[in-house]
Design a protein around this ligand. Structure first.
Ligand code: 1GP
Length: 251
């Protein structure tokens, strides 16, 4: 229950969570080594591993390396049921509630359930909401779903509430990888005000200011991918921000 422990920590209101998204298609051993060193120094909480489309066969290499990292669990962020890998510690079992494609609401989960039951993966049932980040993302294209308009906070709130009422344990607002615009602060604030479960926010967070704004609007954990690939030092800056805001929360 290593992942749950961390999620309980972020629920305590004294801790802001930081997850780094690793796309197996975009790393090699050398870049991954550098990322891991920075992540340890920055006190990163989770590694998310995956994406909507995985074309390389790097997944095993990535998870094997992450297995050697103590204190930072690796959690699958799967695009479909083919992306299950028992080398990870846990899996975000994403139900794509913003869309109306039954395959991503329940179909892939049925296909995955027997393998998940046999595995030792910690299952984290997650209400997954794609939000329009200004351009079509791979997630929206591959899932064949329409994201929630970024100025329609009321839709996001009702969707997140429905997810929580269905018993999902986490809510993830995602503008998609490489989004031009991150999830609006109004939407983060409104969703946060209406749910009890931890709120994860990601997509297009590529500056410290955007990260700080997301945290201050109510994100319990932020997810950053692209920006750390472009500038590995960004992880250190995010780590410092997380520390600063977590400390402020205790006052
Ligand atoms: C995408 O939320 C993640 O699903 C991370 O997005 O790569 O834009 O940081 P970025």
């Amino acid at each position: 229950m290593i992942v749950s422990k961390i999620l309980n920590k972020i629920k305590s209101l004294k801790h802001k969570g930081l997850a780094i998204l690793i796309d197996p298609d975009k790393v090699n051993e050398a870049s991954l080594n550098e990322l891991i060193i920075n992540a340890i120094r920055a006190n990163v909480d989770l590694f998310l591993v995956g994406g909507s489309l995985i074309s390389s066969d790097n997944m095993d290499m990535v998870l094997s390396k992450l297995n050697d990292v103590e204190n930072i669990p690796s959690v699958l962020f799967p695009g479909n049921s083919l992306h299950i890998n028992s080398k990870a510690d846990g899996i975000l079992l994403l139900s794509l509630l913003s869309g109306r494609n039954p395959d991503f609401l329940i179909g892939q989960h049925v296909l995955a359930a027997p393998a998940l039951k046999r595995s030792n993966l910690e299952i984290l049932p997650t209400a997954y909401l794609l939000v329009d980040g200004g351009k079509q993302t791979t997630a929206s294209y591959i899932s064949n779903t329409t994201p929630i308009p970024n100025d329609k906070a009321d839709i996001a709130v009702a969707t997140a509430m429905a997810g929580e009422m269905l018993g999902l344990k986490l809510t993830y607002l995602d503008a998609g990888s490489g989004a031009q615009n991150p999830v609006s602060l109004e939407m983060i604030e409104a969703v946060k005000a209406n749910i009890e479960t931890p709120l994860i926010v990601g997509g297009g967070i590529n500056t410290i200011e955007k990260a700080k704004n997301a945290y201050q609007a109510g994100a319990d954990m932020i997810v950053v991918g692209n920006a750390t690939e472009k500038d590995p030092n960004f992880i250190m800056e995010l780590g410092a921000l997380k520390k600063e805001l977590s400390t402020q929360k205790t006052i």
